[in-house]
Write a protein that binds this ligand. Structure first.
Ligand SMILES: [Zn+2]
Length: 214
């Protein structure tokens, strides 16, 4: 069961990826985690990637794919895996396909957690974070007991810059330009699964589980 998660930033694909990994006992692989572990272990790819990151540059696709393939070759991926945050572009999807075919593997499911832009902007605008301890809340889905006051430490809650509508709109526009074409790409490959991501979290997950089967 080799799975790719697709969906806009804020659609909840990371949360669903974790739930899939738990239920099917397969690793949840995010590029962020792969970068961190390669840098921590001081691998050659990790050292090269760090040079780019230190300069504030994007890590080239060949390095990311190299680290990803090293991860996929590990024993715990024998039954499959859930990729979260990769690929983000058509060239990355092409490189991944090529690298996987060299291992006689292919992606079985590309799960698109579909949420319209306006809903994402609304959801993000409802997030609140504690300025002191970093605890996070949502004014509708996970409110603090007292509005604008942290349950954990009593400090004030704010809407982070990352969650403000202007920032979210910018990220969504990058998503539409670079990542959304992957939906057609995987549809043509016959592995696309569309899931209504506007539903309650557990309903989204039960729809995914129904499609993947027990
Ligand atoms: Zn707090």
């Amino acid at each position: 069961m080799r799975i790719i998660m697709l969906g806009a930033p804020g659609a909840g694909k990371g949360t669903q990826a974790k739930k899939i990994a738990e239920k099917y006992q397969i690793p949840h692989i995010s590029t962020g985690d792969i970068f961190r572990s390669n840098i921590k272990e001081g691998t050659e790819l990790g050292r090269k990637a760090k040079e780019y990151m230190d300069q504030g540059a994007l890590v080239p696709d060949e390095l990311t794919i190299g680290m990803l393939m090293d991860r996929i070759r590990k024993g715990d991926c024998a039954k499959g895996y859930v990729l979260d945050g990769f690929p983000r572009t058509i060239p990355q999807a092409e490189s991944l396909k090529k690298a996987l075919s060299e291992m006689e593997q292919k992606i079985d499911f590309a799960i698109n957690v579909d949420v319209p832009d306006e809903k994402i902007i609304d959801r993000m605008a409802g997030r609140r974070a504690c300025i002191a301890c970093g605890a996070t809340y949502h004014i509708v889905y996970n409110p603090s007991r007292v509005p604008d006051v942290c349950d954990v430490c009593g400090a004030g809650l704010v809407l982070r810059n990352d969650d403000k509508p202007e920032t979210v709109k910018k990220r969504l526009s990058v998503y539409h330009d670079q990542t959304k074409p992957l939906i057609d790409y995987y549809k043509e490959a016959g592995v696309l699964v569309n899931i209504d991501g506007t539903q309650e979290l557990n309903k989204v997950f039960s729809d995914i589980a129904d499609l993947l089967g027990a």
